[in-house]
Design a binder for this molecule. Sequence first.
Ligand SMILES: Nc1ncnc2c1ncn2[C@@H]1O[C@H](COP(=O)(O)OP(=O)(O)OP(=O)(O)O)[C@@H](O)[C@H]1O
Ligand SMILES: [Mg+2]
Length: 273
Amino acid sequence: MTDVLKIENLHVAVEGKPILKGVNLTIKRGEIHALMGPNGSGKSTLGFAIMGHPNYEITAGSIHLNDQDVLEMAVDERARAGLFLALQRPVSIPGVRLADFLRHATTNVRNPDRKEGEELIPMREFRKEIKDKMNHLSMDMEFARRYVNDGFSGGEMKRAEILQLAMLQPKFAILDETDSGLDADAVRLASQSIADIGGENMGLLIITHHDKLLEHNPPQFAHVMLGGKIVETGTVKLAQELHTDGYDRIRKAYPEAAAAELEMNEEEVSPAV
Ligand SMILES: Nc1ncnc2c1ncn2[C@@H]1O[C@H](COP(=O)(O)OP(=O)(O)OP(=O)(O)O)[C@@H](O)[C@H]1O
Ligand SMILES: [Mg+2]
């Protein structure tokens, strides 16, 4: 049976402010979906909500991975169940080396029942695997000895996310602007690498403002988010149209979502004292 990630009528609020207002999205393992939409429309919020970030409160709706209720699962359980989010802005973890971090994470994902303190993947096995994957990504092994994202350049952070993807082999991966900050060669390498890693074994949700990442990962579905809702779903043609023409047509076609967008962007004006 193909694994299915199903999001239904999802409403999410941040600090009491409604951001997502009824998102429906179904991704089957092996499919590629592109998620586009103007700045602030709620794309990253969807990623955080799926992974269980504590600041993102689910006020209605559901997320299921097959018959498992994802909203009932802790963040690490979601990762062990095969969900992965590559962050738009990766966080640094000074004091934790990338290799150690990946060895822990990979062990946990491969042995979902492992308890803290139990054995990790044997060092030799792990080193060989990470070396192969880093070679493939044109990353220097020295990199794995550095602290996670600490002083990494923008491009290095994004590459480290792809290395994580390669090691963890999740069932479903949300890639939030994995192309941002990459130079032209790096984005081509990232696009190719994601295609090599993903293939039929992964369901991909690629959030992007550009078309380069999609070059080797042609989406079967392209979705447009506006004002906290997916207002239109099409094929790769829709993604190309938005890249070329922007969102004017979408705003005109979905006035209710466009109004929600305006409302979300309104600055709260503090009353004069
Ligand atoms: N932790 C937070 N605290 C306050 N506001 C938030 C938080 N997270 C999201 N928001 C607000 O929710 C809205 C949607 O943000 P989100 O990051 O999901 O947009 P996005 O579609 O990913 O935009 P971009 O294309 O710029 O990355 C914005 O108005 C943003 O300011
Ligand atoms: Mg974002």
